[in-house]
Design a protein around this ligand. Sequence first.
Ligand SMILES: Cc1cc2nc3c(=O)[nH]c(=O)nc-3n(C[C@H](O)[C@H](O)[C@H](O)COP(=O)(O)OP(=O)(O)OC[C@H]3O[C@@H](n4cnc5c(N)ncnc54)[C@H](O)[C@@H]3O)c2cc1C
Length: 408
Amino acid sequence: MKNFKNIIIGGGAAGLLAAIFIKKSGQPVVVLERNARVGKKILATGNGRCNYTNVGATREDYYSDNPDFVEQVLQQFSPQEVISFFEDLGIAHKVEEEGKVFPMSDQASSVLDVLRYELDEENVLCNAFVKEIGRTEGGYRLELEDGRQLFGKTVLIATGGKAMPSTGSDGNGYRLAEQLGHRITPLRPSLVQLMLAADGLQAISGVKFKGVATLMCDGKTIQRESGDVLFANYGVSGPPILQLSAVAGALIGKNKQPSVSLNLLPEFEDSALLSHLYARFHGRPDKPLAFALIGLINKRLIPRVIRAAGIASGQILAGSLSNREMKALADIMQNWTFPIRGTKSWPSAQVTAGGVDTAEIHPTMASTKHPGLYFAGEVVDVDGRCGGYNLHWAWVSAAVAAENMVSR
Ligand SMILES: Cc1cc2nc3c(=O)[nH]c(=O)nc-3n(C[C@H](O)[C@H](O)[C@H](O)COP(=O)(O)OP(=O)(O)OC[C@H]3O[C@@H](n4cnc5c(N)ncnc54)[C@H](O)[C@@H]3O)c2cc1C
């Protein structure tokens, strides 16, 4: 059995940063990664550009049963410190809308490249799938899938969540935590597309609009987000939808029935759309309704909108529309509401909601149950909004864990 002072299970964002911190402290460290290469998921982040932190990250940007825990951890390593850490490694940064930080190179691969560069061969063991973990005197015994055994005085579980399992993070890390008696809170895919209960989605699949999406439940407005919304044959996607999905998924988990209301034309405030329709239809009363809406909304949405407004035919002349029908049309275009029947599943999700219960983790990222055991990254029951917050959590929790591992 090989002995190590520090073992990290999982060579993703959290595991790699922790390894660099530990190596810099002068202590030996090894990362065990099941894949043939480390950091597969990093390459997929930010549409290949890696939105690696957010200058404004606070506890409000995270979902967790324990917001005080999140805050205590975040306070120990700021977004500026994340930026400086990567600047030192060579990643020049740029801040884009809503505080999102990207590498100047616009390449997620550059983030992975510089992380890998900091580690030596003896720091990374690939094709090393940790199957079992148990306590022994003074540390932990790890068994790999191929039968190899390792001993670690301190161990960091940084196995990620269940989102996009093809990257290697398929949820098996929760089992390792459970083997040591840690509780796992219920898991759900998050930052994921919403599936809607609606007919005819196939016909409008692929239509994109810049609008506002509002999550509703029990007649109340829960959350509102704006940006590009994309219709798909199962429902809707796009950045505002991903933002709503965290809360929508939680509501569905509580057997609630949330819905999403879409505003196709947020440019028109109050009754401005109704006035616009009135002028439009009475200016050219001889046009069939379906034609009279061309140029206002995406053509492919027109038949669906007319039907949803309860108007029997798009062939009706625009000038013959009643005030009631015009109002129904305006309402649909600004408040088109669909029941949400669920979220898409793990392969489509960007992050996992739920994980190792934070009630059993100190703000040092140490287990409250076992000395020398630490957690970092998505495996913990903390998930962030879309916008660089999830990688930020991975770096911060890893930096905190690493600092405490080396002082043991
Ligand atoms: C498509 C996509 C886009 C994203 N874009 C962004 C973005 O732009 N900004 C952002 O902030 N977040 C983004 N995220 C989320 C972010 O990538 C994750 O939250 C983050 O990578 C989590 O880091 P981690 O180290 O905890 O886990 P991971 O990066 O998932 O790494 C875990 C590693 O552990 C390994 N592993 C698992 N089990 C074992 C085992 N038993 N033995 C050995 N190794 C094991 C896995 O193979 C994996 O390499 C995105 C996610 C996806 C899927």
